[in-house]
Design a protein around this ligand. Sequence first.
Ligand code: GRF
Length: 207
Amino acid sequence: MLKIVVCVSGGGTNLQAIMDAIDCGKITNTQILAVISNNPGVKALERAEKYGVPGICMSPKEYASRAEFNEAFTNKMCELSPDLVVLAGFLVKIPEQMVSKFSGRIVNIHPALIPSFCGVGYYGLKVHEKALERGVKVTGATVHFVNEGMDEGPIIAQKAVEVLDGDTPEILQRRVMEQAEWILLPQAIDDIANGRIKLVGNHVRRA
Ligand code: GRF
């Protein structure tokens, strides 16, 4: 059984996709231990409560320094001791000590085709604003392992999504979520839970 902790910051639609996939059997052999949000009172925590998993709020604002938050966040994750940490719309940089303690066991969903529109400052709607500004005809989403960089870890899977005339950032974000994110992340979790993915050096191979 793959035990996971899902980290969220807002709407929790990717969390919902994971929970729905477990319920309908698209994800097997997987249990959500807890949901951690860096923001209180967000929809993602309501979704966790409705689903019956513990929702934990840990905000950097509650700590005297980022170093203290990083320590507390990492200690909490070690206490929960998941097999896999899933970043689902999580907007806080993962502490180095967590990356090393959970090396090869943290995955993230990014709303673009890495290496496009990623890295520092590229999150949420901003990613789609930049894609529209550049005039790309295709964008999409990427699920990848997390390393010490920002959106630089080994890529697990990607899915392309068409950009249409008249798209606004909001319309494009919704299409990328529906056609890519909500498919890729559950699929990656199910692949990891059932041993279909392995890391070979800095590349992901299907086992
Ligand atoms: C989405 O843009 C997603 O691509 C990004 O975070 C945003 C919110 O996701 N990872 P969610 O609805 O909170 O899952």
